[in-house]
Design a protein around this ligand. Structure first.
Ligand code: BDR
Ligand code: CA
Length: 365
């Protein structure tokens, strides 16, 4: 299996995405790093542990279900690390309005049975091994230890940990096979502001930094923006167990621990979506990025439209109302305002030639 590092902010769809990865023999999860985003980093880390705890309950109740998660075993534990709890630049924002204060629809309050007994991260856990290295350090450790070009980073939250890693040790970071990121919005409206997708909004400085590196050819970034992820939905009726939400469960097997866990946090999301007149289905943002990592690694043909290369855009870092917007060049010049170009290049990209650019500058003075 191809090794992946999952950088994540669980997060309701993050949990589904991680479960998808853990149940896919095509990939081996070498490391999971928690980052702030849907909620604060200590809580996204706790949610990871919560997910593994409920997997354990599932295995205990239904030993045959272990076969569906071939890489989850007590003797070969997944390495986990806590990452950054705030962005590289700009104010910190969390998506608790959607994911609940604890990042999982507040189930730590409403469904204490899904929370493992209190423990310190460094305590012995059944399926995970904790490293006290910072998230970005742990990412670099894995990239250093594995053969070059064999490990992908699948980022499902703000890119803060990833940008730290690439900034602190660019040479090691270049060893990555590719970075796959769920984030951004190109030709569709945002979900956090009229123009910005949440992961991009949360740390646009991190994305801007990585995008510059990608444009310089430092590594490959496969990008799954809302344009691609939003249309992939699973009806809530296929995700929630009817017996747990007061619906007719005739002929349906009783809920397993994992179904009960998922139903506990997804039902609030269903309610929220109904309130806002959204479809009765869950958008599979983060699972789509994991799906790419599972099925399409390095397939630039399949990735066309996903890869940054095909589109010319820059990300707005600190706009008054456009923070986190992917500013796409729709003029077809292939140029974007990036902030790294000279004044003349900026002026030329708006259609002026050298002479008129000079004239304009003189006029302005
Ligand atoms: C992204 O933002 C988060 O709320 C989700 O987990 C996903 O990563 C979608 O915009
Ligand atoms: Ca996420």
């Amino acid at each position: 299996p191809h090794k992946i590092i999952i950088d994540t902010d669980p997060g309701v769809d993050d949990v589904l995405a991680i479960l998808l990865a853990l149940s896919s023999p095509e990939v081996e999860v070498a490391l999971i790093t928690a980052v702030y985003g849907n909620t604060h980093a200590p809580m996204t880390f706790d949610n990871l542990l919560k997910m593994y705890y409920n997997l354990g309950l599932e295995f205990a109740a239904h030993p045959e279900s272990r076969k569906r998660f071939p890489l989850v075993s007590s003797d070969n534990k997944t390495l986990v690390a806590i990452g950054e709890d705030g962005p590289i630049g700009g104010e910190k924002h969390v998506a608790t309005y959607f994911h609940g204060p604890d990042g999982l629809s507040n189930i730590s309050e409403t469904h204490p049975e899904f929370t493992p007994p209190p423990s310190k991260p460094e305590d012995e856990h059944e399926f995970v091994k904790f490293t006290s290295r910072k998230g970005w350090e742990a990412i670099l450790d894995v990239l250093r230890a594995e053969p070059e070009g064999t490990v992908s980073v699948v980022a499902l939250g703000p890119l803060t940990n990833v940008a730290w890693a690439a900034r602190e040790d660019p040479e090691t970071f270049k060893r990555v096979a590719e970075v796959v990121w769920m984030g951004g919005a190109l030709d569709v409206p945002g979900n956090t502001s009229p123009v910005a997708e949440f992961n991009c909004f949360a740390d646009p400085y991190a994305f801007a930094f990585l995008l510059d590196e990608v444009k310089k050819g430092a590594f490959r970034l496969v990008f799954a923006p809302l344009d691609i992820t939003s249309p992939h939905m699973i009806p809530f009726s296929d995700l929630l167990h009817p017996a747990l939400i007061g619906e007719d469960a005739t002929g349906v097997a009783p809920p397993t621990p994992l179904q009960a866990f998922a139903t506990s946090f997804l039902r609030r999301v269903r309610g929220l979506q109904a309130k806002f007149g959204l479809p009765d289905a869950m958008e599979m943002h983060d699972p789509v990025a994991v799906w790419y990592a599972i099925a399409n690694r390095g397939r630039s043909d399949l990735a066309s439209g996903w890869a940054v290369k095909g589109r010319a855009f820059s990300v707005e870092r600190n706009g008054e109302i456009t923070r986190g917007m992917c500013v796409v060049d729709r003029r077809g010049t292939g140029e974007t305002t990036g902030g790294t170009r000279t004044e003349n290049e900026e002026l030329k990209s708006s259609g002026l030639n050298d002479e008129s650019a000079e004239a304009l500058k003189t006029e302005e003075k």
